[in-house]
Design a protein around this ligand. Structure first.
Ligand SMILES: [Zn+2]
Length: 236
């Protein structure tokens, strides 16, 4: 292989590896960010449910108090029944007691309904809280892992960058400039193998004479179709 091309093959592998690490490094925190948003939303919903439950519980207690007061009021009316003088007064008092009892019975039904609703809300809230805790644990785990992973990526990047610097010193400035230019327009691939007389970059068939030239490795050879730098490697 042409000596400069041989260095370029190694350089390209490192460049691709660096780009991959950088890409992963960018993408990785997004997962944690997503979990954080998810957790925030779940906590918001949980708080709303808790507030609703507390409010309903207060309503229930207020209704219970009123019910107790009404029961006492009825008892007083019933005591007074004993001391009324006329039949008219007696009938009026009886009517009042009946009305109060009817309204109390409605109140009791309402309280029962509220109690059922409270049960359902408590159950829902319990599940919601469990779900929140689960997401919270996932988030904490991801956050811890994220720090470790980012440190690992940084170490890898430093290592690859050192290797790249070393290779740079082995390449002619002109060849390096050419390599970088070709990479730009071709998805980061500037050096490609010729395999079975086909360019592995664009799949173009090589005239045997050209393929032969690549194999000799005396001059740098470019693909006539995609302009990439070609190299030959024994089939493996
Ligand atoms: Zn090609």
């Amino acid at each position: 292989m042409h000596p400069q091309v041989s260095v370029l093959v190694k350089l390209q592998a490192i460049d691709l590896s660096i780009e991959k690490i950088e890409e992963t490094k960018e993408e990785y925190p997004k997962k944690t960010e997503l979990l954080k948003e998810n957790l925030k939303e779940k906590r918001r919903v949980t708080n709303l449910k808790r507030e609703k439950l507390e409010k309903l519980e207060q309503d229930r207690m207020r209704e219970e108090r009123i019910l107790q007061q009404e029961i006492q009021r009825i008892e007083k009316h019933e005591e007074r029944l004993l001391s009324v003088k006329t039949n008219k007064e007696y009938q009026a008092a009886l009517k009042e007691i009946a009305l109060a009892k009817e309204s109390n019975s409605e109140r009791e039904d309402n309280i029962l309904n509220v109690l059922e609703e409270l049960d359902a809300l408590r159950k829902g809230l319990g599940e919601q809280e469990k779900d929140c805790e689960k997401t919270c644990r996932e988030f904490e785990k991801e956050s811890n892992e994220l720090e470790e992973k980012l440190e690992k990526f940084e170490r890898q990047l430093a290592q690859e960058t050192r290797r790249r610097e070393k290779l740079y010193s082995e390449i002619d400035a002109e060849v390096l400039r050419m390599y970088k230019n070709i990479r730009k327009g071709r998805h980061g691939i500037a050096v490609v193998r010729v395999k079975n007389e086909f360019c592995q970059g664009c799949n173009m068939y090589m005239p045997p004479q050209l393929a032969n030239e690549v194999q000799k490795g005396i001059d740098m050879v470019f693909c006539p179709s995609c302009n990439r730098i070609l190299y030959w490697k024994k089939n493996s």
